[in-house]
Design a protein around this ligand. Structure first.
Ligand code: AMP
Ligand code: GLY
Length: 439
């Protein structure tokens, strides 16, 4: 089948790379894909903005399946437009994407379905929000309701910070419409884990649990970023917690959406906090995580294209049927290995940074069947060189029988790939590694 891939960053490179290794996929078209994606897919330069333009392009390319990477096109209705023209879409329609595009909606779904999450309330009135925030005690969390490019969450340690965060959102309209409503939420302590589950609206299949590294600097210090690296599996998510995530979080969420008339398919991403009192949902996303996808997909065995199409056609159960007497083996499994992705970022990121730096060493993993360099913010230069074009530039990814082996390999690669101002964390997977070797 021919696949149209929407999005052009590191997550989409990982998706394109994995789809290219799927028997069911003959061709991938990824408009404006970066030079890494261009190794796996056609990357025509076209301007596609509205959902209708995407749908028309999908028809023009005779694509059998549209795979949407980022949340913004899903929330804008790219899925609806393509589906309404008869094309299968891996990703929810705009109504389902609200699980990410409105935090208040997500909370409402969680409350209705009895899904464990932090106590919180939605407000558009500043004084009421402040009163409620004070009643929760410090620290307290303020979240813009809508999509805010990962910058909409403020953890307030003091009363001044709480008042400031509420004023930024509700009075100053920092995120425009996205911050007309805020969620004021209880602060949770614990360790975070990301569970990316694929679903056809009925069956839910969790991929291997992973852990992102959101802070810029070693030891989880410094400002928040879009993610400086990830690893999988995350041992904080024991089999018991994974099973609780499935029965208490993922399945009830899909059921509650269905009850509201929303047939959700694609990825449901649960960002969970593992607390002393059990797991709590921090957020839902309506798509694959970035950089989690870069470590999850290399561990997936089976045909990703077929898995995605089965989700669109309500046949997921056939592929992931648990082993039981008389049933065929599951066609999709997670290999029991370990993967690490290390993000190389531009100097200054997540604050202001410059781009256009020449990258060297990009072929360092070409002969390695257990490593790949995923491109995130890169662009082709005029003379065949590859230049930096974003804050997060590359995701050096390796996998193997042990986390240590994967880690050693990504840091070895980091010694071979460079560009001016490049910075990265030196402690990806530290939580998992220190669990095994407590100091
Ligand atoms: P979100 O976009 O909701 O995942 O929030 C971004 C990050 O803020 C999360 O990954 C957590 O690190 C942190 N965060 C969000 N909500 C809470 C909470 N209720 N308690 C503690 N940390 C939180
Ligand atoms: N890694 C966090 C996200 O994709 O939202």
């Amino acid at each position: 089948m021919r696949v149209l891939l929407v999005g052009n960053g590191g997550r989409e490179h990982a998706i394109a790379w994995r789809l290219r290794r799927s028997k069911s996929v003959t061709e991938i078209v990824c408009p404006n894909g970066n030079p890494g994606i261009a190794r796996e897919a056609q990357t025509p330069r076209v301007v596609l903005q509205t959902p209708a333009e995407w749908a028309a392009f999908a028809l023009e390319c005779q694509c059998d399946l549209v795979v949407v990477g980022p949340e913004a096109p899903l929330a804008a209705g790219v899925g609806d437009a393509c589906e309404d023209r008869g094309i299968a879409v891996f990703g929810p329609r705009a109504d389902g994407a609200r699980i990410e595009s409105s935090k208040a909606f997500a909370k409402d779904v969680m409350q209705a379905a009895g899904i464990p999450t932090a106590r919180s309330e939605a407000f558009s009135d500043y004084d009421k929000a402040l009163d409620y925030g004070r009643s929760l005690g410090l620290p307290v969390v303020v979240k813009a309701d809508g999509l805010a490019a990962g910058k909409g969450v403020a953890i307030c340690e003091t009363g001044e910070q709480l008042a400031g965060a509420l004023a930024e959102n509700l009075k100053d309209g920092r995120f425009g419409d996205a911050s007309r409503t805020v969620l004021v939420e209880e602060f949770l302590r614990g360790e975070e884990v990301s569970i990316l589950a694929v679903t056809d609206g009925q069956e839910v299949f969790p991929l291997v649990p992973s852990q992102d590294h959101k802070r810029a600097l070693d030891g989880d210090l410094g400002p928040n970023t879009g993610g400086m690296g990830a690893y999988a599996p995350a041992p904080v998510c024991t089999d018991e917690i994974l099973s609780a995530a499935l029965t208490d979080v993922l399945r009830p969420a899909i059921r509650e959406l269905a009850r509201r008339g929303i047939a959700y398919k694609g990825v449901l991403y649960a960002g969970l906090m593992v607390t002393d009192d059990g797991l709590r949902v921090l957020e839902f996303n309506c798509r694959f995580g970035d950089p989690e996808t870069q470590v999850v997909l290399p561990l997936l065995d089976g045909d990703l294209g077929e898995l995605m199409l089965a989700c669109c056609e309500g046949r997921l159960g056939e592929l992931v049927a648990p082993l039981r007497p008389g049933s065929p083996d599951s066609a999709i499994t997670m290999r029991p290995e370990h993967a690490i992705c290390l993000v190389l970022a531009s100097g200054g990121y997540p604050d202001a940074y410059t781009t256009g730096k020449v990258i060297s060493g990009l072929n360092a993993a070409d002969d390695d069947s257990r490593a790949v360099i995923f491109h995130a913010g890169t662009v082709a230069g005029a003379d065949g060189e590859v230049l930096t074009a974003g804050g997060r530039v590359l995701g050096l990814t390796a996998w193997g029988a042990s986390l240590e082996a994967a880690r050693d390999r990504v840091y070895e690669l980091a010694g071979k790939v460079s560009f001016e101002g490049c910075h990265f964390r030196h402690d990806i997977a530290h939580r998992a590694l220190s669990r095994r070797n407590p100091a």
